[in-house]
Design a protein around this ligand. Structure first.
Ligand code: IPD
Ligand code: CA
Length: 277
């Protein structure tokens, strides 16, 4: 780790405070989230609570660390000059939030010189808080206790329960469905939780054996990917690339190579990583 440990510790602590505080803002808006607006597609939603929560996060960061940059899903962007940038999803899983399905989260990642060094993901509906600092392990805080996260059980790929998701782009969804259908015959089962940050944290906690999704945005996966990696998971893209907006995979180390090879085979058939996207 090149960044001073004290800085990474400070950033990690603030990430946790921000995720917890923002989860309170979300919780306060749960009973009446106001009108729902469509963004890129009828299923790509934003509410008043998404916007208010992001505004709250950006204000808090401005107060504590005015020189830092910010990138938020709902348009909160500020260029900084400290080398630190916050990557925020005020509500990951907005569709679940609107439906009242308790699978949504505030996701706060913090980069130092372009690399994620700490992250926190808090589910306002359950109170679960996942956190990690690079090189420091990953933890779940719930009900006053803290447990280290150790990744999925050891299981053959044919017995694995795999999470995935489908983006808002209709053409990509068609290809994602082809891959998911083919994958169903090769693993035990598939889950679609509807919040990428929680999918990644589910692999970190061992509630899922693996997860993959093409076409995420950086705010969807940055914090969760660090949490999964710090829990000992392999976090990667396909064809030797790192996890990215093109493809993010998290899986336990024992089946990682086999799983990635399978995804490469299936996605090549479905042309899932079409560069035209
Ligand atoms: C979405 C969720 C969903 C994933 C989509 C994301 P949002 O984030 O993480 O699970 O499949 O690709 O865009 O829009 O609810 O913040
Ligand atoms: Ca969101």
């Amino acid at each position: 780790m090149n960044e001073p440990t004290a800085l990474a510790d400070d950033l990690a602590g603030l990430a946790v405070d921000l995720a917890r505080g923002a989860a309170e803002v979300v919780r306060a808006g749960t009973a009446d989230h106001g009108p729902v607006f469509a963004k890129s597609d009828a299923v790509d939603l934003v509410t008043r609570v998404d916007r208010e929560t992001e505004r709250w996060l950006v204000e808090q960061i401005g107060r504590s660390r005015p020189d830092d940059g910010v990138l938020g899903e709902e348009g909160g962007e500020r260029l900084g000059h400290s080398g630190v940038r916050w990557v925020l999803d005020p509500i990951d899983g907005t569709v679940n939030f609107v439906l009242g399905l308790p699978l949504y989260a505030v996701s706060v990642a913090v980069q130092w010189q372009g690399r994620v060094v700490a992250g926190a993901v808090c589910n306002p509906a359950t109170g679960e808080l996942y956190r990690a600092r690079v090189g420091g392990g990953a933890f779940l805080e719930f009900g006053g206790s803290t447990a280290p996260l150790l990744g999925p059980r050891t299981v053959a790929l044919s017995g694995a329960v795999v999470g995935t998701g489908f983006g808002y782009d209709r053409a990509r969804r068609g290809r994602q469905a082809v891959v998911a259908a083919a994958l169903l015959g090769r693993v035990a089962d598939i889950r679609r939780l509807g919040a990428a940050s929680l999918d990644l944290c589910a692999v970190a906690t061992g509630r899922l054996d693996a997860y993959f999704e093409a076409g995420l945005s950086v705010w969807d996966y940055s914090a969760g990917a660090l949490i999964a990696a710090e829990a000992g998971c392999v976090v990667t893209g396909l064809h030797g690339e790192p996890a990215s907006e093109r493809m993010a995979v998290a899986v336990g180390p024992t089946v990682a190579a086999e799983f990635v090879a399978l995804l490469e085979e299936l996605s090549a058939d479905a042309v899932m990583d079409d560069p035209a996207d």
